[in-house]
Every structure is written in structure tokens, then in C-alpha cells.
Ligand binder design. Structure first.
Ligand code: SAH
Ligand code: DHB
Ligand code: MG
Length: 221
């Protein structure tokens, strides 16, 4: 799978920093078998999510966009014994694969996959007065990213870390006139992250196994 130099560097980083990990390898294998798109975060990106969750001592993590549970495993592993991850997924087949992978990873008690459109699930969490989350990872459909960020802020406390995936998309983020609602959603969420006085945010470009893309990372002040 090594096409570019950046891919070969990621191969080396994967070997050094991640290695074989039966639960993660299983998550990717079962996802491929079930025909899920191969769009989980890369191994080094997953470990970054894990480290960020550890750095903020996260006990409650919210994920928007579960797929086969790959990033959810990385995040849920950062939680202490009392910790909890809620991950939101619209596709029942994806949710089934993810539940199976979280169970096989020994994380069934810590991680809950909620089926439904994430906007509805987020509104339900807000209506239920769910306690604030310590970290939110936004990685579903990009057109709704501004609405996801607004709801994430409602479910946050000062110090909550908010991460948004796929904010570069091969550089398409610069295309102001893009007819692609995913690009428009990404541009709008970046503007919110940059200007909302409740947030201290930045964005980083990435290369390697996920191609040329990037993350935005913010902390609620
Ligand atoms: N975070 C995962 C990848 C998520 S891919 C990982 O890195 O392992 C994006 C996921 O968001 C897909 O499974 C897709 O079905 C889901 N999704 C798309 N639109 C959604 C919506 N409106 N509500 C909830 N989930 C959605
Ligand atoms: C896509 C979505 C993602 O979340 C991602 O990390 C990569 C690609 C996509 O929809 O193509
Ligand atoms: Mg993504």
C-alpha cells in the first residue's frame, strides 16, 4: 500500500509507534469484509486521538461518525475504568460492525454506539441534560459540521477538546465557490473554530495513509 514517500514514512511510523494490535487489525478487517469504506483514521492519527484523550484526562468522550469503530477503540482505550464513550452512527450496518469490534476489543462496557442521524442524537443528548464531554471527535458527514460543532459546544465544559477530521481534503478547503456541500461545511466549521470567542483553535495539514488532509483541534476556553 506504499505509493508515495509519505506512505512509506507512515509505514515506518506505524511499525514503530503502533505495531500489530489484534483488536485494531480486527476492526479494519471486519470493516473491509462488511464492505465499509476504507476511511477510518490512520493508525498514527488514531494514536494521536488516544494521546489527546489521555492528555486531557478524558473520562467522557463523544464521537460523531463511528464507521467500524476503529477510532472509537483508540479513544475508548484512553478512558479510565469509570470512563464512557458515546459514538453516533447513522448506518445500522456500520453500527453493527462497530459494536462487534468494540466488544472484541474488550470495550463493550465503556463504549456505546447510538444509531441515528447525529443531529438527532446530539439533540437527544442535550435534551437529556447529558453531562459535558471532555473530548469530542467530529468525523461524520462534513456538510453538518457547523451544526455538530454548535451542539458539541453545548455539550462541553471549559477545557473540552474538540477535534474535527478531514478539514483539508486534498486542498479543496480553499475552494470558496465549491458546489460540494462537504467543502462548504468544512469551510464554515473552520470559520466558526477560528472566530468563536469560546474556542482556542488551530488546524494542521497531514500526509500519509489518509492522503493529503488535516485536523482542526480546539479547546473550549
Ligand atoms: N470515525 C471513524 C470514521 C467515520 S467515517 C474512524 O475513524 O474510524 C464517517 C461515518 O459517519 C460513516 O460511518 C457514516 O455512515 C457516518 N455518518 C454519515 N452521516 C451521518 C449522520 N448524519 N449521522 C451520523 N453518522 C453519519
Ligand atoms: C471520507 C470521510 C472521512 O471521514 C475520511 O476521514 C476520509 C474520507 C469520505 O467521505 O470520503
Ligand atoms: Mg474522517
Amino acid at each position: 500500500m506504499s505509493d508515495t514517500h509519505a506512505d512509506r514514512v507512515d509505514d515506518a511510523f506505524d511499525a514503530w509507534f503502533v505495531g500489530n494490535d489484534p483488536a485494531l487489525d480486527r476492526a479494519l478487517a471486519t470493516s473491509a469484509q462488511a464492505g465499509l469504506p476504507p476511511i477510518a483514521v490512520s493508525a498514527t492519527q488514531g494514536k494521536l486521538l488516544h494521546i489527546l484523550a489521555c492528555m486531557c484526562g478524558a473520562k467522557r468522550v463523544l464521537e460523531v461518525g463511528t464507521l467500524g469503530g476503529y477510532s472509537a477503540i483508540w479513544l475508548a482505550r484512553a478512558l479510565g475504568p469509570e470512563g464512557r464513550l458515546i459514538t453516533l452512527e447513522i448506518d445500522p450496518a456500520h453500527a453493527d460492525v462497530a459494536r462487534d469490534n468494540l466488544k472484541a476489543a474488550g470495550l463493550a462496557a465503556a463504549a456505546e454506539v447510538r444509531l441515528g442521524a447525529a443531529l438527532d442524537s446530539l439533540d437527544a443528548l442535550i435534551a437529556a441534560k447529558e453531562p459535558a464531554f471532555d473530548l469530542v471527535f467530529i468525523d461524520a458527514d462534513k456538510q453538518n459540521n457547523p451544526a455538530y460543532l454548535r451542539r458539541a459546544l453545548t455539550l462541553s465544559h471549559p477545557g473540552t477538546v474538540i477535534i474535527v477530521d478531514n478539514v483539508v481534503r486534498g486542498g479543496a478547503v480553499l475552494d470558496e465557490a465549491s458546489g460540494d456541500p462537504n467543502i462548504a461545511g468544512t469551510r464554515a466549521v473552520l470559520e466558526m473554530l477560528a472566530t468563536d470567542p469560546r474556542l482556542c483553535a488551530t488546524a494542521l495539514q497531514t500526509v500519509g495513509h489518509k492522503g493529503y488532509d488535516g485536523f482542526a483541534i480546539a479547546i473550549v476556553t
